[in-house]
Design a protein around this ligand. Structure first.
Ligand code: SAH
Length: 212
């Protein structure tokens, strides 16, 4: 069995049962999102460094968050924290359109070049403070945040359609967080907890635009 198939087998054993999500992880080759020095570990189930002090998420967490987002083929989704673009690519296998916001212009540019080269799309990129969402493109059926927030950013809930889902790690950004799924309802919102995770902090860029 090759490295990708044994990773998928492991994800199944850990409870990922959504075949469309597993198919997306089969299609998106994780080694393409890593520096040559990290590629040997690409199909291990752990986060890896991508520069600027940031990480590419663990495959299990990518699969689990994508499963919670419950993406339909006609959906438009927003990702906060483009990073390497790996999660972006997984989302673009499942959704009609993906919007993605990254604080670091260098990471955003590298991800955009990579995703174009690999033929994923349509994907729209923005450099800025993801806490603000992307109001001009809202509303979204799903919003996925790949960095830890101490509380739920209200603009993100506002930018969901009715029935839309926000998947976000909430808690101490320097320790552990609870993975929450917030569903927008007629009367407000429903919040579910989905276990502990550990993400890099959702930053507070000082101005709309660049972190570096
Ligand atoms: N989804 C990425 C994970 C990257 S880690 C991947 O699959 O590779 C989290 C990312 O969120 C980092 O790239 C970090 O720079 C970015 N980030 C942190 N705070 C942010 C903010 N306020 N707005 C946008 N992006 C942010």
């Amino acid at each position: 069995m090759d490295a990708v198939e044994s990773l998928l087998k492991r994800l199944r054993q850990k409870g990922i049962a959504d075949e469309s999500v597993l198919q997306a992880l089969r299609r998106v080759k994780r080694h393409e999102f890593l520096a040559p020095s990290q590629r040997g570990s690409a199909y291990e189930d752990r986060p890896l460094p991508i520069g600027e002090g940031q990480t590419i998420s663990q495959p299990y967490v990518v699969a689990f968050m994508t499963m919670l987002l419950d993406v339909a083929a006609e959906d438009r989704v927003l990702e906060i924290g483009t990073g390497s673009g790996y999660q972006t690519a997984v989302l673009s296998c499942l959704a009609a359109e993906v919007y993605t916001v990254e604080a670091f212009s260098g990471l955003a540019a590298a991800a955009e070049e990579r995703l174009n080269r690999l033929g994923f799309g349509p994907i729209y990129f923005r450099v800025g403070n993801g806490r603000l969402g992307w109001p001009e493109a809202a509303p979204f059926a799903g919003i996925l945040v790949t960095a830890a927030a101490s509380e739920i950013p209200e603009p993100l809930v506002e930018q969901l359609v009715l029935g839309g889902r926000l998947v976000i790690p909430v808690g101490d950004p320097h320790r552990e967080q609870v993975l929450q799924r917030v569903t927008k309802t007629q009367t407000g919102r429903r919040v579910e907890d989905h276990g502990w995770v550990r993400f890099v902090p959702l930053l507070e860029p000082e101005r709309e635009g660049d972190c570096g």
